[in-house]
Design a protein around this ligand. Sequence first.
Ligand code: PMP
Length: 373
Amino acid sequence: MTHFSDRVEQISISGIRKVFEAAGEDAINLGLGQPDFPAPDHARQAAIEAIESGEADGYTENKGLQSLREAIAAKHRRDQGIDLDPDDVIATAGGSEALHIAIEAHVNQGDEVIIPDPGFVSYDALTKLAGGKPVPVPLRDDLTLDPDDVEAAITEDTAAFVVNSPGNPTGAVSPPEDIEAFARIADEHDVLCISDEVYEYTVFDGEHRSPIEFAETDNVVVVNSASKLFSMTGWRLGWVYGSSRRVERMVRVHQYVQACASAPAQFAAEAALTGPQDRIDEMTETFRERRDLVVDGLEDIGLRVPTPKGAFYAMPEVPEGFVDECIDRGVIIVPGDAFGENGAGYARLSYATDTDSLREAIDIMREAYDAVV
Ligand code: PMP
């Protein structure tokens, strides 16, 4: 009899994939979670030079190139005022691997991990792979995570809770007082806060803050990535940082699952971090315009949609049958329950696509809405 691990049998291919498979080739795809901008030229050039010179041929240090980790530390010093030692950073194969090693290094068999619901699909799956138990916490009406609800969900088995602001699939940005509360909860209850900040640069209203700015203990680790910050999803380069003792545990996992992040991608990310940053504001402005267009369009159709304050997703409440009607008519959106039980009755749409397609998609969604109500 074929033998598979109980852990792998608990997880399945994400619901997002199924939606893509159901859609025709010329569909308007509002299902994708990646920015529709090219990677910065200077990042591409740095990789090309590193490849041509042979510098990118060998393994790097497990944690990544010293120069890359210095660039990451400088970035967080600049943006959050965090005094980060480059030795306390691990370059990873995207934020995805960063989440994996953070959870693997901190979660024991049977430990609970509190996750936002709806939330990014990896939190649930990676917790199960580590032998832990995901504890989903529903969101407020505005789709932010309530620190009181996180605190109430803590038990003696809680190993960690995940905070994701700006959020996928919601576009919600937690206000600074909530971020401060998450830090206090991590401190007072002695549980780890895993703060997934991969959409850090895409904030329209309010500002991005990190629990690590407020925490008095070392109970926060931060996940970030070049994927969304610099529109480099295919390069697979992210990072995780925290205290030395936590990094030392995470690098044990990283060493065996990855050895080191791809060297050409490390050179590219270093250039993205140290080169001109003017494109970031441009990207955010473009997303803001599209956010306005999408929110106006959805409200005009008659849907309730909490105004997204960041990332590039909107999550309207939708009537029964709406998602299928959209997909049948050639607009791909993702049913909210792909992101957790409490996502039922919502849909996620990504506006990482041009405004003409967004306008066309809104017209089609109006027809889909009329067909089901
Ligand atoms: N966290 C969140 C909230 C995400 O949406 C994603 C990508 N969709 C990731 C982490 C991982 O991204 P990557 O591995 O490309 O850095």
